[in-house]
Design a protein around this ligand. Structure first.
Ligand SMILES: [Fe+2]
Length: 381
């Protein structure tokens, strides 16, 4: 069996109300200048967090301008605000975009180089400042992953920085923080988490140790995402989906995603389709394309969905792909690129852009050529 390296936060707290634990832990660690990256919709949460920090003698500076999926300019503005505050800890409190920015800020405070120098795998030299992440959505798993994604606005393409120095020191997953997430965001982020699990399971770099996280993540999301969409305050469903997101995030570091995410990035970069939505649209089509090389993995995925009585692995795998397609529909997520005014004339360009996401394409269980990418986009129109 091949060697696998897994980096995870040194402290990992999961449970309703654990936002309070994070405040106590910060105070006990003696952090006094806390820079909080956040976004406007969760003002109530960051105000609660900061009043806790301030009651214990600390000082909080909130930068809450992460109001969309971040680009380089947005990251640089956040970094400049952090550098002028000179924090002794950086906190990401928000959805995946917020967490990604907070991770890069913590790693780049005092580093004069452009973030562009660090796109790719393993280029960041280190991190001096402690980093604490608290997700308020359930999907990206960014709080337990070494990845951060930014839009390179000059190229209209999302790019990733991947480094062990982006792994938070502490992650607090408080499912209660997700109770107010609207149904459409719950659906898209939840399917993103499921996609992390599926793409790690059927992957050139799959590993038994990670397969188990992927399968448990798939089970949790399959059984509870629809309930979380229907009733945001369904405590059990929200906890299940939050766990599913964590399991998906654990898959990202050592194995990572593949074709769905690679083909998804140009849709986010140029057409500004939310990450979870573009993944959900592409997911069944990429799975169908991959099927000849992923029968066993997709059969395991289908069993994790709860499918039974199919006989052969091929029958399970095919039923699993149909299940995914119906699931995305039941979750109320758009299923066609045409809904975003993408048409045949865009296909060749999208495929060319997707071919640049080599760091993920190499993971896909079946090689995706330019012509294959075009067919997949065409099938999703
Ligand atoms: Fe994702």
């Amino acid at each position: 069996m091949k060697t696998i390296v897994i980096n995870q936060p040194r402290r990992f707290v999961f449970g309703n109300g654990c936002l309070e634990n994070s405040v106590q832990d910060l105070a006990e660690s003696g952090y006094r200048r806390v820079f909080v990256v956040s976004s406007p919709p969760i003002r109530e949460v960051y105000e609660r967090f900061c009043s806790g920090v301030e009651q214990s003698g600390g000082k909080c500076k909130v930068f809450d301008a992460i109001d969309r999926e971040p680009d380089i300019a947005m990251f640089e503005a956040t970094l400049a605000a952090a550098e002028s505050f000179q924090p002794d800890a950086v906190v990401g409190l928000g959805g995946g975009s917020v967490l990604d920015v907070s991770k890069l800020v913590a790693a780049m405070i005092g580093n004069p180089e452009s973030v562009k120098s660090f796109f790719g795998i393993g280029f960041l030299p280190g991190r001096e400042i402690p980093l604490i992440c608290l997700p308020t959505t359930a999907g990206t798993g960014s709080e337990v992953s070494p990845n951060a994604i930014l839009l390179d606005e000059a190229e209209a393409l999302k790019k990733g920085v991947v480094s062990p120095h982006l792994m938070p020191d502490r992650a607090y997953i408080d499912p209660e923080l997700t109770w107010s997430v609207p149904p459409a965001v719950t659906a898209a982020t939840g399917v993103d988490a499921m996609t992390h699990c599926i793409e790690a399971l059927a992957n050139q770099h799959a590993h038994s140790l990670i397969d188990n996280y992927a399968l448990i993540g798939i089970e949790h999301i399959a059984r509870s995402l629809e309930a979380a969409i229907a009733d945001g305050k369904d405590e059990k469903a929200r906890s299940d989906v939050a766990l599913g997101s964590v399991y998906g995030g654990i898959c990202l570091g050592p194995v990572n995603t593949g074709g769905v995410h690679a083909l998804s990035y140009p849709l986010g970069g140029e057409f500004h389709i939310a990450h979870g939505v573009s993944n959900a649209i592409l997911l069944p089509h990429v799975l169908r394309f991959n099927l000849p090389n992923a029968v066993e993995s997709y059969a395991r995925m289908a069993r994790a969905f709860g499918i039974s009585g199919k006989g052969s692995d091929v029958a399970y795998a095919e039923a699993g792909i149909e299940w995914v397609e119906a699931f995305v529909r039941r979750c109320g997520i758009p299923q066609h690129l045409a809904e975003f005014n993408i048409e045949e004339g865009h296909v060749a360009h999208l495929a060319r852009e997707a071919m640049k996401v080599t760091r993920l394409l190499v993971n896909n269980p079946r090689e995706i050529t330019m012509a294959d990418a075009e067919s997949i986009y065409r099938a999703a129109l």
